[in-house]
Structure formats: structure tokens, C-alpha cells
Design a binder for this molecule. Structure first.
Ligand SMILES: [Zn+2]
Length: 309
């Protein structure tokens, strides 16, 4: 009887061990859902990934919650956008996590911007006096799939460094992601090819990488400067410019008030389009591929509807 109990106990122990090896071996926290999605692409079931900022929230301004500190406390790796996108909320969370692994410069701290192509890097003296929230170049770089590829590669290398036993698995996952992305890029480029040079206006300066990649020209912003709400004077100038340039589309991120864009739209005949700048911004944009599928299809429908060219 005693022997049987022991066998059962051993069996239970073995089963637990077996389960454990099949479980995720790395806890990853990503500052945004885009980086979480890219980590999932590469990490597969060897990582447990949580994103902090939701796709429908402004990533410049996230309300810090105690639950974020707990997530960071247990993390093996933190992946962040960088370029000061999260400067207003992430540094105190990292500090309060009391987790040496994810402190700035530690092995488990990955600034994804270091391998991405960054646009609008300012030259000369950088000052926040004007309220600009993009002092180190444009941080919305994930909206070019080529940057998604670069970030995924950086994540693959980092995961392999933290979990060398699964390095081949991460490499295979990255190769597969790269291949699927290349196929999708061909499809997306073909969709947009007829509209090269199309002039648009956006609310926040979130779309320079997206615009460059898909041949759009952003000629103005509803915000007078990144992070500064619309002013009557700036809105008046924007309307004049849109009339001159014949702009028919205003892109708005889901976290901004539609009052000013709608008013500008009424006065210029332009269509206001709420596009998702991030995975999870709308439920259809549920991963990195579906983000571009959703945004490009929405944009194409608006182009056709307005006759914009
Ligand atoms: Zn921004």
C-alpha cells in the first residue's frame, strides 16, 4: 500500500515536471500591444507576454496601475518602444518593480527603437518648451512593417540570449514571421500603389513611417504640435491649407476627441477616418498583420468614397 502511494506521488511529480517543460519559460512584459504582438510572433508558446498600454489608449499618456508594477516584478524581459514615448509613465513603474532584471541597461531591458529606422530625429538643441512629445525622433515607428521585422529580429536575439535552450525555436519562428510579413507587404503595397502621393492630414503625428512606406503625404496635423491640443488659430490655418491642397482625408487616432476633426471635415469636405495606430485599437486589429489589413482596407474604402487622389 505504501509503495503504491509512493508510485502515485512519483507519477504526480513526473506529470508536474512534464507540464512545466511545456509551459512558457520566459515572462515578457511589453509596453504596448504592438510589441506584445511581435514578441508573440517570435516567442510562441515559450513565452508568456503581457502588454501594458491598450491599443485604444494614447501611448504617451498611460495611467500607471499597481497591477503593472506586479507584472514587471515577475518579468524576465521588458520590451519598450523607447524614444521617450513612455517617459511619462514607464520609468516609475520599472523602478517600483524592484526587479533587477528589467532595470534600464539590464539584460532583460530591450529598447526596440535601437534597431528600428527612426524618422524626424531633431537636429540642434532639443527643448520641451513647446510641449513637443517627440524630442528624440518619431516614436510611432512600428507602423512601417519593415520596422516590425527589425524589432522582431531584436526580440528573437534577446529571447535566445535569455533562454539559449530554445534559441532554434525562436529562430524558426522569426524566419516564419519574416516570410509571412514579406508576403503581406507585397499585398499591402499593391493595394496602395495607385494612390502614391495622396495628401492626408492626421490628428497626431503618429503616421510618418506608415505614410512613407505606403506612399502617402502628410501635409498637416490637427494638433499644432505633438501633444498640444488644437487651437482656433492653428485649426483655421489647417482648413485653408487643406482647401488649397484638396485634402480629402483626416486620420484620427481612437483616443482623440472628434470635435475639431469633424468641424474641419465639415468645412473642407474631408472625411474623418478613425484608424488604429496599434494592435488592439479595434477588435479587428488583433495582431500585427491584421493591424495593417484593417487600416489599409479602411483607408482604401475612404479613398474610393471621397474620390481622393
Ligand atoms: Zn506621438
Amino acid at each position: 500500500m505504501k509503495r503504491l502511494t509512493l508510485s502515485v506521488a512519483l507519477l504526480a511529480l513526473w506529470a508536474t515536471g512534464a507540464t512545466r517543460t511545456a509551459e512558457a519559460s520566459l515572462n515578457v512584459v511589453a509596453s504596448t500591444q504592438d510589441l506584445a504582438a511581435l514578441t508573440r510572433e517570435v516567442g510562441g508558446d515559450k513565452v508568456k507576454v503581457e502588454g501594458i498600454c491598450r491599443g485604444y489608449q494614447d501611448p504617451h499618456f498611460v495611467e500607471a496601475k499597481p497591477s503593472f508594477i506586479l507584472k514587471l516584478h515577475k518579468a524576465d524581459l521588458l520590451v519598450l518602444v523607447g524614444r521617450e514615448l513612455e517617459i511619462g509613465w514607464l520609468p516609475p513603474l520599472i523602478q517600483q518593480s524592484r526587479n533587477a532584471k528589467v532595470q534600464v541597461g539590464a539584460k532583460g531591458y530591450l529598447d526596440a527603437s535601437l534597431t528600428a529606422r527612426i524618422l524626424e530625429i531633431p537636429t540642434g538643441q532639443i527643448t520641451r518648451a513647446m510641449g513637443d512629445v517627440h524630442p528624440q525622433g518619431n516614436p510611432h515607428y512600428w507602423l512601417d512593417p519593415e520596422n516590425g521585422r527589425r524589432v522582431a529580429l531584436a526580440i528573437q536575439k534577446k529571447l535566445a540570449q535569455l533562454d539559449p535552450g530554445d534559441a532554434a525555436y525562436f529562430a524558426a519562428r522569426y524566419a516564419d514571421f519574416d516570410k509571412r510579413l514579406a508576403e503581406a507587404e507585397k499585398r499591402w503595397e499593391a493595394l496602395m500603389a495607385p494612390y502614391k502621393g495622396l495628401k492626408i492630414v492626421t490628428y497626431h503625428n503618429s503616421w510618418p513611417n506608415f505614410a512613407e512606406r505606403f506612399g502617402l503625404k502628410v501635409v498637416g496635423y490637427v494638433e499644432p504640435r505633438p501633444g498640444i491640443p488644437p487651437t482656433p488659430g492653428h485649426t483655421f490655418e489647417l482648413i485653408q491649407q487643406m482647401k488649397r491642397d484638396g485634402v480629402k482625408i483626416i486620420l484620427v487616432e481612437p483616443y482623440f476627441d472628434l470635435k475639431t476633426p469633424n468641424s474641419v471635415g465639415r468645412q473642407t469636405g474631408a472625411k474623418v477616418l478613425v484608424m488604429s495606430p496599434s494592435v488592439g485599437g479595434v477588435k479587428e486589429a488583433s495582431d500585427y498583420f491584421r493591424l495593417f489589413d484593417y487600416d489599409l482596407n479602411l483607408l482604401l474604402a475612404a479613398i474610393k468614397e471621397t474620390g481622393a487622389r
